[in-house]
Design a protein around this ligand. Structure first.
Ligand SMILES: [Zn+2]
Length: 306
């Protein structure tokens, strides 16, 4: 009899141990599931907040839409209730800050007394000047000045104008009319930085200028036609050129880069060697190195700083 009692006692102890082990495993599993759900939602919230800040800062730069409305729409579209977010335009007017705070109800951890977890996502996106461009640079330079959006600027002078044989053309990645024409049509793909020196390309080069610029203009088949206030950024008429300290140089000379700007180029005017290239100064966003200290020449980038 004594032996039977011992066996029963062992069975009872084992059962209790099983119950305890099961409870511990169930508790751990519930916490792991809830932590997983929170981590998943956090990743989504961070992505949504970042995307909203970038899009909103971009609209702030272009000035054509209300940036707070843009941020609100982006958050909603990505599954975040805009009521859970604080959207602010930075004091200098060159960026957007979004602070999102969401409460997530736990599913299983409630059994252990934990009701909910908190998710926070902060994003600040700033508009900055471009200090380095590494593609699609056209072989024209324009002197540093205060540019006005929508105004027409001369990118290449006609014969009789210019300065000591220079008409505003650059020798990028090589020299000569053939290289110049290639760069007008395709853009120079080497990297150019603010502070770098580039060589001018002296000579009028009327024929290659006229044929290539008019090709770019004719390649725009957008409807309605692109204008300085409404254009497709990929349009063949949108070109990036170099802003330099001065073009008052003699023959083939070095000029220093101060920045980069975009223009909507128009068909060449003037006959023969009087051929002139003009473009409307536009706001545009590009990829490249950015810096808060860089002067804004209308061609900028947007970057997350938080
Ligand atoms: Zn176009």
């Amino acid at each position: 009899m004594k032996r039977i009692n011992v066996i029963r006692s062992r069975k009872g102890t084992t059962l209790v141990l099983y119950v305890i082990m099961f409870s511990v495993i169930a508790a751990c599993a519930s916490i792991v599931i809830d932590i997983g759900v929170v981590a998943y939602k956090k990743a989504d919230t961070v992505k949504a907040t970042d995307a909203a800040a970038l899009a909103s800062a971009q609209s702030l730069f272009y000035g054509d839409e209300n940036p707070v409305v843009v941020a609100t729409e982006y958050l909603e579209k990505n599954g975040v209730d805009p009521d859970d977010a604080q959207i602010n335009i930075l004091d200098d007017g060159k960026g957007i800050s979004i602070k999102t705070k969401i409460e997530v109800s736990y599913l299983f951890a409630k059994l252990l007394g934990f009701d909910s977890g908190e998710i926070k996502a902060n994003a600040t996106a700033k508009v900055m000047g471009v200090t380095s461009v590494f593609k699609d640079i056209r072989p024209f330079a324009i002197e540093d000045q205060e540019f006005e959006f929508g105004k027409l600027y001369t990118l290449k002078e006609g014969g009789g104008s210019g300065s000591n044989g220079n008409y505003g053309c650059l020798a990028l990645g090589g020299s000569g009319a053939c290289n110049y024409r290639f760069n007008i049509l395709n853009g120079y793909d080497g990297e150019l930085k603010v502070g770098d020196y580039v060589e001018t390309e002296p000579g009028n080069m009327s024929n290659p200028t006229k044929s290539s610029i008019n090709e770019l203009v004719n390649d725009c088949d957008h409807c309605p036609e692109c204008t300085y206030s409404s254009f497709d950024p990929e349009c063949s008429r949108i070109i990036t050129v170099v802003i330099v300290d001065s073009l008052d140089v003699n023959g083939r000379s070095s000029v220093q880069i101060r920045g980069f700007a975009s223009f909507l180029v128009k068909a060449v005017t003037g006959q023969g060697n009087k051929c002139i290239v003009e473009g409307y100064f536009v706001k545009n966003i590009t990829q490249g190195e950015l810096s808060e200290g860089q002067k804004d020449y209308g061609l900028t980038g947007v970057r997350l700083t938080e």
